[in-house]
Write a protein that binds this ligand. Structure first.
Ligand code: S3P
Length: 426
């Protein structure tokens, strides 16, 4: 199947964005560990969070879902999982696989975690190494999934300095620390998204970002009723599209505004975008608010160093913005992008070059000399949700028609993406 995008007469309106997938994984996993019932409102129907629910069901966690996207999770406590009858299938979801591995190392049973072809090509040594240091009995398949975890009675706490800025690795070690004797410390020199720390209310030494977790920690779960905010990383595609081709205001309501995720707002601001932010006044664990975007001429920007983790999922769409901006856009220190659902540096360079962009690939990023006219053509999504959506946005600003192969990849995080584009064009 393919989907096409091209310049349209209109691009304006108010559209919803799906709930945040990073928060959804954590809400479901943490609720399953609780002694009590959690009601999660606005739980996303996208494939990745559904993989987490499916794994939890296989671990014996009672979960009910209703048509209005409410999920009710009956927590089984920290030692209440039951041995799954089949491998835990994490689908395309790295967050499911890495966080769940941390939770599985101290279970009184063996289990196996598997994923689709893309997930099975992503590096898992980064979680196996600290988990083994904690006494976990974990083995990989040539550094990748399938992951085999054998029961281990002796999980030790750890003092771990993250070698890469990764919220998935950080959360994996913290969750393993919940089952370890004593106090686990995770140190990160470059901050990554902090949903786990916020949602578990973990003590953090702000000075050098040491995050602490203790097996005795009483966790602020169950949630009673918890409403998930919209996914900033999904909104990102609409923010850039509206900045490039908007014909009137585009409004997005209830979007998550956790500062460890909203680096794109600073990037777009520097590029000259016109985005108004109205943050909700009620202090919530996860802040959220409304965004209004008007079209504006964009100029090039440089992003590197410690700014990268905050925009890591937004770099494909930043590449599109850079190709259509005047001037040079440079992204460096972003080698992590090569280990996502596909090699996002290489694939974005290939796809944008096909459309006519002047773009050069580096080992850790790219440089785009923006402003070359883009001409639509067939491109692949490489079965990666963010590539599918980024190229769809490029197609909205290119001459002619851009045809995206396997556009359904978008449903991993934004199943309503294609309908949303259509709604804004009507
Ligand atoms: C995620 C963390 C990021 C991000 C991914 C979701 C999370 O990965 O790219 O989409 O929910 O923790 P890394 O932490 O490995 O960079």
């Amino acid at each position: 199947m393919t989907r096409s995008t091209s310049k349209s007469g209109r691009f304006a309106g108010t559209v919803p964005v799906p709930a945040d997938k990073s928060i959804a994984h954590r809400a479901a996993l943490f609720a399953s560990l609780a002694d009590g019932i959690s009601t999660l409102h606005n739980f996303p129907s996208s494939a990745d969070p559904q993989s987490t629910l499916s794994c939890l069901r296989h671990l014996g966690v009672p979960i009910e879902t209703s048509s209005d996207q409410t999920v009710i999770i009956e927590g089984v406590g920290r030692s209440g999982y039951t041995k799954p009858k089949s491998p835990l299938d994490c689908g395309n979801s790295g967050t499911t696989m890495r966080l769940l591995s941390g939770m599985m190392i101290a279970q009184p049973f063996d289990c196996q975690l598997i994923g689709d072809a893309s997930l099975s090509a992503r590096p898992m040594g980064r979680i196996a190494e600290p988990l083994m240091n904690m006494g976990g009995n974990i083995s990989l398949t040539n550094g990748h999934a399938p992951i085999q975890i054998l029961r281990s009675d002796q999980i030790r706490s750890i003092d771990y300095t993250l070698p890469v800025a990764s919220a998935q690795v950080k959360s994996c070690v913290l969750l393993a620390g919940l089952c370890a004797q004593g106090r686990t410390v995770v140190r990160e020199s470059t901050p990554s998204r902090d949903h786990t720390e916020r949602m578990l209310a973990l003590p953090i030494s702000r000075h050098d970002r040491e995050i602490l977790i203790h097996s005795d920690a009483s966790l602020p779960i169950p949630y009673g009723a918890f409403t998930l905010p919209g996914d900033f990383s999904a909104a990102a595609f609409i923010l850039v599209a509206s900045s490039l081709v908007g014909t009137g205001p585009v409004n997005l309501h209830g979007v998550g505004l956790n500062p460890s995720r909203t680096g794109l707002l600073h990037v777009l601001n520097e590029m000259g975008a016109n985005i108004k932010i109205q943050e909700s006044p009620s202090p919530a664990t996860e802040p959220y608010g409304n965004l209004t975007v008007h079209r504006a001429p964009l100029k090039g920007v440089t992003i590197q160093g410690s700014h990268i983790p905050n925009v890591i999922d937004e770099i494909p769409i930043i590449a599109v913005a850079g190709a259509l901006a005047q001037g040079t856009t440079i992204v460096r220190d972003a080698k992590e992008l090569r280990y996502k659902e596909c090699d996002r540096i290489h694939v974005m360079v290939q796809n944008l070059r096909k459309l006519g962009a002047d773009i050069e690939e580096f080992d850790d990023g790219f440089v785009i000399r923006g402003g070359a006219p883009l001409k639509g053509c067939p491109v692949s999504s490489y079965d990666d949700h963010r590539i599918a959506m980024a190229m769809a946005v490029a197609g909205l600003a290119a001459d002619g028609t851009t045809t995206i192969q396997n556009p359904d990849a978008a449903s991993v995080s934004f199943p309503e993406f294609w309908d949303t584009l259509e709604a804004l064009q009507q």
